[in-house]
Design a protein around this ligand. Structure first.
Ligand SMILES: *[C@@H]1O[C@H](CO)[C@@H](O)[C@H](O)[C@H]1NC(C)=O
Ligand SMILES: *[C@@H]1O[C@H](CO)[C@@H](O)[C@H](O)[C@H]1NC(C)=O
Ligand SMILES: *[C@@H]1O[C@H](CO)[C@@H](O)[C@H](O)[C@H]1NC(C)=O
Ligand SMILES: *[C@@H]1O[C@H](CO)[C@@H](O)[C@H](O)[C@H]1NC(C)=O
Length: 186
């Protein structure tokens, strides 16, 4: 019994000391050309201190893998950023000190859809968390009138075909009927 409680104590103190990175949302939905803020939180002990804070955020999409954001001790490294995101990413530096990564991505493209992960390293440890982003094509590009027209015209074709078949059947049946009548007379 004593052993178990000792083990629990060690385990819980280990858990408390563990350096954690969380996502506030595991998946995001957005529309093309809109913007979005992806958010991570991480354990902080020394609030308002940049000492030994290293953040690297990466992406994996259907087309490629790359780096979207790098930050070390208060300094950003835009040169490490993949061209796909150049001029479209901003981070809130003030909340970064408080253990929040707020990655703002603007003018979203459908090919931005994918996984986004941030690795965070501080004096307390290293951890990572990822979220999913789904950017759908803008509504006016889906052309709803065309889409609505297709099932409609297909339905109309169906009606014409059935009508034609019906008429043909009537003609055939009448013809057979007449033939049998005439045949009996002859
Ligand atoms: C991470 O998530 C866990 C479980 O939801 C929570 O207890 C913890 O406080 C979070 N930590 C941070 C740094 O956000
Ligand atoms: C992304 O990286 C992984 C591992 O490095 C690799 O297996 C995969 O093919 C890459 N994907 C693309 C689309 O480049
Ligand atoms: C992305 O969003 C579109 C439109 O809302 C949806 O049809 C699709 O299933 C979503 N894809 C994923 C991987 O969630
Ligand atoms: C998105 O923005 C680009 C550049 O501003 C523009 O050319 C394009 O038409 C926009 N697409 C939609 C669907 O609004």
């Amino acid at each position: 019994m004593k052993m178990i409680s000792l083990l629990l104590l060690i385990l819980s103190s280990c858990l408390c000391a563990t350096f954690v990175v969380n996502v506030t949302q595991s998946s995001y939905e957005a529309e093309e050309n809109h913007s979005i803020t992806l958010e991570w939180t991480f354990t902080t002990r020394t609030q308002g201190n940049w000492r030994n804070l290293f953040v690297i955020c990466e992406f994996t999409t259907l087309l490629k893998n790359g780096t979207i954001y790098v930050h070390r001790d208060g300094v950003e490294f835009p040169g490490s950023q993949d061209d796909q995101f150049s001029g479209r990413v901003q981070i809130d530096k003030d909340v970064l000190r408080e253990g929040r990564i707020r990655l703002h991505v603007s003018r979203l493209r459908t090919e931005d859809s994918g996984l986004y992960l941030c690795d965070v390293k501080t004096e307390d440890g290293l951890n990572t968390a990822f979220c999913r982003l789904n950017v759908s094509a803008a509504a006016d590009q889906l052309q709803p009138p065309t889409e609505n027209l297709q099932p409609d015209s297909r339905g109309r074709i169906g009606v014409y075909v059935s009508l034609g078949l019906f008429v043909l059947t009537v003609i055939y049946v009448s013809f057979q009927f007449l033939k049998s009548k005439l045949g009996r007379k002859c």
